[in-house]
Design a protein around this ligand. Sequence first.
Ligand code: SF4
Length: 422
Amino acid sequence: MSKSDSHKDVEVVTFGCRLNISESEVMRDHARDAGMDDAIIFNTCAVTKEAERQARQAIRKARRENPDKQIIVTGCSAQVNPDMYEKMPEIDQIIGNDLKLKRETWGIRHNDRVLVNDIMEVRETAGHLVEGFEGHTRAFVQVQNGCDHRCTFCIIPYGRGNSRSVPIGVISEQIGKLVTEGYQEIVFTGVDVTSYGPDLPGKPTLGQMIRRVLALNPDLKRVRMSSLDPVEIDNDLWDLIANEPRLMPHLHLSLQSGDDLILKRMKRRHLRQDAIEMCKRARDLRPDLAFGADIIAGFPTETDKMFNNTMAIVEECDLTYLHVFPYSEREGTPAAKIPSQVPVPIRKERAATLRALGDKQMQKLLNNNMNKELKIVVEKKGRGRAENFCPVKVYGEYPQGSLLTVRTISIEDDHLIADVIS
Ligand code: SF4
């Protein structure tokens, strides 16, 4: 959860993913332009029950502390569960995921308290030119929204609708604006970014879009992408991985499991061998590549043996930045109806075991990056990220967002210590 400063200004409380972070900036701009400086906007997430519980808790606290402010709830949880929020007297307005991005939604008192339309009817995702990303060093630029897949554990398509892409021209204009604002690093963000393009004229692929945007923005220094489907990398993207220095050597995979039977029961498009071959091919093309991955622990029917296949794939693909989620039933998803659910304590235990392996993998990556010259973008308090996303700390005052060349000299906990060269 991230919160913006609350003096006479629109306050936005964001839960969940990078897409929500980028959309919170859009809503902040719309609400500010509409003079709504007495509003608190909650941009919720529906990925887990826990995320929804935290949102409800934060809303109640905000109402206690701000009896006169307007409280507006939006985001995926408001889209899939509007009734749950309608029952909460603390809330003034409930807005769905499509209407939240429309300028005309903000600044007027609506007759209806619940403004949630059928997200599956939404065909377009208009890009939004945001001013910047409060408190963030990298800018999350939305290039795609929604998802056409129906993984059995996932509620997201019901919150965000079907896949739709932002036209290349709009993306490039947004990036031009952000580069002028001083952003050195852009993250192409979406729900399922490898689904970019088939709904646009000429059906550009993700790789073709990135190549075009980089050509149109020569001053843009560094780009990354949000989660990738391991079997949906297009040829242009392979070529960029191999030859484009501005595409950072860091890919985050939507892997979810390392066991084939579980992957089938999740209705994923890849098997474990596909992921292993994808990582090998990418590293052959770009040896300094580091991988992150989303993994679910304790999916229904997962046995110890199946879980061990997931543990094994972390080392077989040499994954580092693990985002591990203990499986969370989501009402309305097929997986929640599977009779043999894994007991919650075992889910949590497996998640902890995976995270511990992730920490070990991180130490390995830090060791591999010792005594090296790296380029980092400074975030806060002398902390920054190298091109392969390695966390690095430098001593001395450097403005947030500055690009530094450093030499790594030691390891401290979960990051490298480095001297600044230039
Ligand atoms: S690809 Fe699967 S996990 Fe990802 S958003 Fe779509 S349905 Fe959910």
